[in-house]
Design a protein around this ligand. Structure first.
Ligand SMILES: [Zn+2]
Length: 310
C-alpha cells in the first residue's frame, strides 16, 4: 500500500520533471560564411573563428550545412573557404549537405535538384572522413521540401537511398533579416544601431522559442526536442554567446542533431503540401487541420529591421 502511495505521490512529479527537460539542437545554414558580399578574407576568418570558439568553449554540439559552390573559385578549389569549414570539423562540429548552389526545389526539376545535392556533398564528406565521421544530414534550401506529395516523396526516397537523413527545423525565424540590417549598420559605422539590432535579435529569438514551445505543447502535450535554424552570419558570430545564454536561462540543454531526432515527434506525418518554407511544427499543425488562429501569437520581426534589410 505504502508503495502504491509512493508511486501515486511521486510518479506524476517525476513525469512532469522529465517532460520539462528542455533540449535544443543549434544548426547553422549557408556555411562557410554568409558575408553579404564582403570578400575580405580576414573578416570571413574572424566571423567563423568567433562562431567556432563560442560553440566549443561552451561545448555546444552544433551542425553547419554547407553550400559547396562557395568552396570553389570558378572551376578550381578555393582553399581558403575549405580551410574555414576544415576548422569547423577539426573542432568536432558536424557538417551537413545544403546542396551545391542553394537551388529552390519549387522552381527546378527533380533531376536538377538531385544532381545539385550529389555535387554538394563531395568536399564535406571527405573532411568528415578524415575524422572517421560521415556526412549524414541534409537541409533543404528555403526549407522547400516539395510542393506536392509526389515531389516531396520522390526527394525523400532519393535522400534515403543516398544515405541522407533530413534535418528538419522547428524554431524557424527571420535571423537573416536581422543579420542584413546588422551588416548595414556596421557598414555605416553606426555602432549604437548595431547594438540595438543585436539586443532586439536576442529578444525576438526568445519570443520565437516561447512561441514554438507553446505550439508543441498544444500539438504534443509536451515541449519536444527543438531544432533551431540560424545562419553563419556576422550577427550570429557576434551574438551566439548571448543566444546560448538566453537558451540556458530558459533551461535548455544543447544536443546534437542525431540526439534531437530521437524525439518521436519527428516521426509525425506531414500530409499537407505548399510552396511554403516553414517550421515542421507548422507543417504538423496544418496536417492536423489547425487554422490561422492557431498561429496568431507568432512573433513579428520589428518594422525597422524589415526597412533596414530592404
Ligand atoms: Zn540556406
Amino acid at each position: 500500500m505504502k508503495r502504491i502511495l509512493f508511486l501515486c505521490l511521486f510518479l506524476p512529479a517525476f513525469a512532469l520533471s522529465f517532460g520539462q527537460q528542455k533540449k535544443i539542437c543549434i544548426s547553422f545554414d549557408d556555411l562557410p560564411v554568409v558575408s553579404y558580399g564582403i570578400t575580405d578574407t580576414l573578416y570571413q576568418k574572424e566571423l567563423i573563428f568567433k562562431l567556432i570558439n563560442s560553440l566549443t568553449s561552451k561545448k555546444i554540439p552544433a551542425i553547419g550545412f554547407v553550400n559547396e559552390m562557395k568552396l570553389y573559385k570558378k572551376d578550381s578549389l578555393n582553399h581558403f573557404q575549405i580551410r574555414l569549414i576544415e576548422n569547423w570539423v577539426n573542432n568536432n562540429l558536424d557538417l551537413g549537405n545544403h546542396t551545391y548552389s542553394h537551388p529552390d526545389y519549387n522552381s527546378v526539376t527533380y533531376d536538377e535538384y538531385t544532381r545539385d545535392i550529389m555535387k554538394g556533398g563531395i568536399i564535406s564528406s571527405k573532411l568528415l572522413k578524415t575524422h572517421g565521421r560521415e556526412l549524414m544530414y541534409f537541409r533543404h534550401p528555403f526549407l522547400h521540401v516539395g510542393n506536392t506529395k509526389s515531389k516531396a516523396d520522390s526527394l525523400e526516397e532519393f535522400l534515403k537511398n543516398n544515405g541522407y537523413t533530413v534535418a528538419p527545423v522547428t524554431v524557424d525565424n527571420e535571423d537573416y533579416l536581422f543579420a542584413l540590417a546588422y551588416k548595414r549598420a556596421l557598414a555605416k559605422n553606426d555602432i549604437e544601431l548595431a547594438k540595438r539590432i543585436g539586443t532586439d535579435y536576442i529578444s525576438y529569438m526568445e519570443e520565437k522559442i516561447i512561441y514554438y514551445e507553446q505550439q508543441t505543447i498544444e500539438l504534443f502535450g509536451r515541449n519536444i526536442c527543438q531544432i533551431l535554424l540560424v545562419h553563419a552570419s556576422a550577427l550570429n558570430s557576434d551574438y551566439i554567446g548571448s543566444l546560448i545564454n538566453m537558451l540556458g536561462n530558459r533551461q535548455y540543454t544543447f544536443v546534437s542533431i542525431s540526439e534531437a531526432l530521437k524525439d518521436p515527434a519527428y516521426l509525425t506525418q506531414v500530409s499537407v503540401y505548399g510552396n511554403w518554407g516553414i517550421s515542421w511544427i507548422d507543417k504538423w499543425a496544418f496536417s492536423q487541420g489547425k487554422k490561422g488562429d492557431f498561429f496568431r501569437n507568432d512573433p513579428k520581426t520589428p518594422d525597422y529591421i524589415r526597412e533596414l534589410a530592404e
